[in-house]
Design a protein around this ligand. Structure first.
Ligand code: CA
Length: 471
C-alpha cells in the first residue's frame, strides 16, 4: 500500500511538473518510518528517458519484454557484473530507454509483479567547491600535527590529520594495500603518483585480459565513461588526480606533495565525465573494484580496503545500495563525501534531507564533513548527527593535478584524507600483527580516535575530526 501511494504521489508530481524541474525544493517520501527512506527530490538530476530496472529472480525474457512494453521500454544495457555473479545474482540490472516520463514510467513499473525495483538513472557530480591558487610550499596543512615530531622541523597545525606524527614513527603505508578511487580518472603517471598506481595481475599493452575480469589491459583501472582502459584522458581528470594525491602522493622525492600514504596502490574506477556520472556507471565502478578483490581467477587478489567517493547527487538507488553492500561483504569500506550543500550552496543537515551516497546506511559507509585550518566546519559542508561520521581537512587542500599541483576545497578533499587513513591503518596493523584488519575494525579505529572538535559537536556521529597520529 505504501509503495502504491508512493507511485501515485510520484505520478502526480510527474504530471504536475512534467519533465521541467523547478527550482523549488520538494522532497517526496512514502513514509519516513521506512528505512531507508525513499526520497526523490524533484530538483535532483537524472538522465531523461532512462530507468534502471531489476526484475525479480526467474522472470523470463518474454515476460520482461511484455512488462517493458507498458512503458514502451527498450533495453539499452544489461548490467551483469562479476561481483553480482560472485554474490549469486545472475540476473543483473537493465538500463532501459523509454519515451515516457521517467517518474511516470517508474510508477507504472512498480505496479507490475515482475519488478523488484525501478529507479531513475541519477546523475552525480564531484563535490569540489573551489579551485583557487597554485601550490605554495608549507601549506599542506591537512597532513600536519599539533606539535612538530621530534627532529622533523615540520610545520604545525592542530587541525590537520596528524599524519606526520605517524610518518615520524615510520608508518608510511604499504604497496600491498589498495584503494579504489571512484571518480574521474587520474593522471597515474604524475611524478607524485607514478609509483602508487597499478593492478599487478594485468600486463600492460599485451591486449590480453590477463586477470580474467572481462577488462583488457586494465593496468591502472577502468574508464566506465568511455568503456576503455584509458583511465587518464588529457584535458580533464583533475579532480580524480587531486583526490589520488591526498590518498597516496609520493613523499621524499623532493617534489610536490605527500599523501597520507607515501606507499599505497590506487586503482581508478572512472565514472565521472565532463557532465558527471550516472547510477548505471557508479554501480559498474563499485562492482569492478569489488570484483578485483574477489576475482577467483588470480592467485593474488587485490587487497582493496576502501574506495573513495568524492561525489554526490540524485536520490536513493536500490541498485547502488546493493553494490555498496557487495563491497561491504567483500570487506571494502565506502568513504563518501557528505556533500557541499544543495548544489554548492548552503550546508544542509542530511539527517533530515538525505544526500547520496553519503546517506546510505550500509555498515561500510563512512561519511565525511570538511573542516578548515582553524578547526571550523566549512560553511558549505553538509553535516548530520547520525548520517555524517567525522570531519577532515577540506578547505585549501593542495594536491596533485595534471601538470602540477593546485589548491581545492570541498568535502571531496576531506574524503580522501579518511580513505588514506583506512589504508595507513591497514598497513601499520599488518606490520605489527601479521594479518589485515577487517573493514569494521578499520572503521572503528578511525571513529574511535576522532579528536573532539567544537565545530563538529552535534554535527556528526563522532563530534570530532580525523586523527591518524596513532596509525
Ligand atoms: Ca583485466
Amino acid at each position: 500500500m505504501k509503495k502504491y501511494l508512493l507511485a501515485l504521489t510520484l505520478l502526480a508530481i510527474a504530471i504536475i511538473t512534467g519533465c521541467k524541474k523547478t527550482a523549488v525544493e520538494s522532497v517526496v517520501t512514502d513514509d519516513l518510518s521506512v528505512t531507508p527512506a525513499v526520497a526523490y527530490n524533484v530538483t535532483d538530476k537524472f538522465v531523461p528517458g532512462e530507468l534502471l530496472i531489476k526484475f525479480k529472480t526467474g522472470t523470463s525474457e518474454k515476460s520482461r519484454i511484455q512488462t517493458l512494453a507498458f512503458i514502451n521500454g527498450k533495453v539499452s544495457q544489461h548490467l551483469l557484473t562479476n561481483a553480482m555473479q560472485y554474490a549469486g545474482d545472475n540476473d543483473g540490472i537493465y538500463l532501459v530507454k523509454t519515451d515516457t516520463d521517467v517518474f511516470a514510467a517508474i510508477a507504472r513499473m512498480k505496479g507490475e509483479s515482475e519488478i523488484e525495483y525501478a529507479e531513475p538513472n541519477w546523475i552525480y557530480t564531484h563535490a569540489t567547491t573551489t579551485n583557487d591558487t597554485y601550490f605554495t610550499n608549507g601549506q599542506l596543512w591537512g597532513m600536519y600535527s599539533s606539535s612538530s615530531p621530534a627532529g622533523s622541523g615540520d610545520p604545525v597545525n592542530q587541525y590537520g590529520s596528524q599524519a606526520n606524527t605517524a610518518w615520524a614513527k615510520g608508518h608510511t603505508g604499504s604497496s600491498n594495500v589498495y584503494v579504489g578511487v571512484i571518480d574521474e580518472g587520474a593522471m597515474y603517471n604524475h611524478v607524485d603518483l607514478a609509483d602508487n598506481f597499478g593492478n599487478p595481475n594485468e600486463i600492460a599493452g599485451n591486449n590480453t585480459d590477463d586477470d580474467g575480469n572481462g577488462k583488457v589491459d586494465d593496468v591502472n583501472g577502468w574508464d566506465f565513461v568511455n568503456n576503455d582502459n584509458t583511465t587518464y584522458d588529457a584535458g580533464g581528470d583533475d579532480h580524480g588526480t587531486h583526490v589520488s594525491g591526498t590518498i597516496g602522493g609520493k613523499a621524499g622525492n623532493e617534489v610536490g606533495v605527500a599523501g597520507i600514504n607515501w606507499n599505497v596502490k590506487i586503482i581508478s574506477a572512472k565514472f565521472l565525465g565532463t557532465s558527471g556520472g550516472t547510477t548505471a556507471n557508479a554501480i559498474l565502478a563499485v562492482d569492478y573494484l569489488t570484483g578485483l578483490k574477489t576475482n577467483p581467477n588470480v592467485a593474488k587478489r587485490l587487497n582493496i580496503v576502501a574506495t573513495n567517493n568524492s561525489w554526490g547527487g540524485g536520490g536513493y538507488s536500490s541498485g547502488l545500495s546493493a553494490a555498496i553492500e557487495r563491497a561491504n561483504t567483500a570487506g571494502i569500506l565506502f568513504i563518501a563525501a557528505a556533500g557541499n550543500g544543495n548544489q554548492g550552496g548552503k550546508a544542509i543537515n542530511i539527517d533530515s534531507k538525505p544526500s547520496y551516497p553519503a546517506s546510505y546506511t550500509n555498515a561500510n559507509v563512512i561519511a565525511v564533513a570538511a573542516i578548515n585550518s582553524t578547526g571550523g566546519i566549512a560553511s558549505w559542508s553538509n553535516y548530520g548527527k547520525t548520517s555524517v561520521d567525522i570531519g577532515a581537512p577540506g578547505v585549501g587542500i593542495i594536491s596533485t593535478v595534471p601538470g602540477g599541483y593546485s589548491s581545492y576545497s570541498g568535502t571531496s578533499m576531506a574524503t580522501p584524507h579518511v580513505t588514506g587513513a583506512c589504508a595507513l591503518y591497514a598497513s601499520t596493523y599488518f606490520a605489527t600483527k601479521g594479518v589485515y584488519p577487517t573493514a569494521a575494525q578499520i572503521k572503528a579505529a578511525i571513529l574511535d580516535v576522532a579528536t573532539p572538535t567544537a565545530s563538529l559537536s552535534g554535527k556528526c556521529v563522532t563530534g570530532g575530526r580525523l586523527n591518524v597520529s596513532g596509525f
